[in-house]
Write a protein that binds this ligand. Structure first.
Ligand code: GLC
Length: 254
């Protein structure tokens, strides 16, 4: 039986190195015998994922979804690897960076994220210096709502706000990859801890929320049907491992 794990990185895989080492080695055992397809699905850029494999013990993936689902990468991986053109072109069709930036006009305390996190397909800022970050996020959400066919707002960690193409996001990027690679969508398990992971849980019906998850993801996960989300007792990689045992991807569950 071949499973697919699509996991977020920061806070989900990272945060407890000893547990990550144990999980990474169990995942690698499954990958080498062809029983697991591993997707790393993150807000990071590709080179930060590759660096994390060296420095932070991240597991070796079969595919990387970067920049919150606006980029998809397939091996061989190096810092020159280009994102998948079919996905890039599909997203570019409906997205205007200028229009996306205009939704952020005149919001007191808003700080744009560094240039490397602002791309043709992703407009990202910090709201933690606003008097009321959540209210600012909601205001931006209201501005974008009439254009929901082209844009979406992703709000994470009480700080990060991304304006992405409506057709992008982690969940839709995983769906694209699953179809392209001929993987079974029923055998997909997703894992995450913050708001930018919510779309993965909406898109697939086996999810693991780690114990250290942020309130915005926990609240969203509770709106989904019973049984679709496993709320792990343990945080970080130990929580992912616990969830994979729950679904029978790894041995040892109840
Ligand atoms: C990552 C990205 C950042 C984004 C955040 C939430 O931290 O680097 O640009 O805003 O995820 O999606």
């Amino acid at each position: 039986m071949k499973w697919t794990l699509a996991s977020d990185v920061d806070g989900t895989l990272t945060g407890d190195r000893a547990s990550l080492d144990r999980l990474a080695s169990r995942l690698e055992q499954k990958r080498v015998v062809g029983e697991l397809y591993l997707i790393v699905s993150t807000g990071r850029r590709l080179e930060q994922v590759l660096q994390g494999i060296v420095d932070e013990g991240l597991p070796k993936p079969d595919a990387v979804i970067g920049q919150v689902g606006t980029e998809i990468y397939r091996p061989p991986f190096d810092n020159e690897t280009r994102p998948m053109v079919a996905w890039h072109d599909r997203l570019l069709a409906g997205y205007s960076r200028e229009e996306a930036v205009s939704f952020l006009d005149g919001i007191d305390g808003l700080v744009m994220q560094p240039e490397m996190y602002n791309t043709k397909l992703k407009t990202s800022c910090y709201l933690d210096r606003c008097a009321d970050p959540k209210a600012a996020a909601m205001l931006i959400g209201h501005r974008v709502a009439p254009h929901a066919n082209r844009y979406q707002v992703v709000w994470s960690s009480g700080r990060d706000l991304d304006i992405l193409p409506a057709a992008s996001g982690k969940g839709k990027a995983i769906r694209f990859l699953v179809e392209q690679q001929g993987l079974d969508p029923v055998q997909v398990v997703v894992a995450g801890d913050t708001g930018n992971d919510a779309s993965m849980f909406e898109e697939f019906d086996k999810g693991v929320v780690v114990a250290n998850a942020k309130p915005e993801l926990i609240a969203m996960a509770h709106t989904l049907a019973d049984g679709r989300v496993y709320f792990a007792q343990k945080p970080h990689a130990a929580g992912v491992e616990e969830g994979l045992e729950h679904y029978g991807v790894l041995d040892g569950g109840s």
